[in-house]
Design a protein around this ligand. Structure first.
Ligand SMILES: N[C@@H](CCC(=O)N[C@@H](CS)C(=O)NCC(=O)O)C(=O)O
Length: 93
């Protein structure tokens, strides 16, 4: 997997923490938000929202939105679990 990420981005932190907790292999591709790299034409073509994080799966599927990415990772790699099974507890988290 490839993670488009910026070191100071809290939403990228979430995804990095999840990937590392679950011991998943990924390559980090830095996007310097301060330098405006998210607005480069090539990056905007990848992610029209022009932000990070973006997780690109090995089959080329592109996922955006950190919370959706966390839910995806929890489903495909359930251990260690990020979210509890109980829907109320999960919603509170
Ligand atoms: N709802 C999105 C928000 C992502 C977001 O806000 N990313 C920020 C960095 S934390 C960003 O890329 N900002 C683009 C910019 O500053 O131009 C998520 O949770 O993934």
């Amino acid at each position: 997997m490839k993670l488009y990420s910026y070191w100071r981005s809290t939403t990228s932190y979430r995804v990095r923490i999840a990937l590392n907790l679950k011991g998943l292999d990924y390559e980090t591709i830095p996007v310097d938000l301060v330098a405006g790299e998210q607005n480069d034409v090539s990056y905007a073509a990848l992610n029209p929202i022009r932000g990070v994080p973006v997780l690109v799966l090995d089959d080329g599927t592109m996922l955006t939105q950190s919370m959706a990415i966390l839910e995806y990772l929890d489903r495909v790699c359930p251990s260690p679990k990020l979210l509890p099974e109980d829907p109320i507890a999960a919603a509170k988290i």
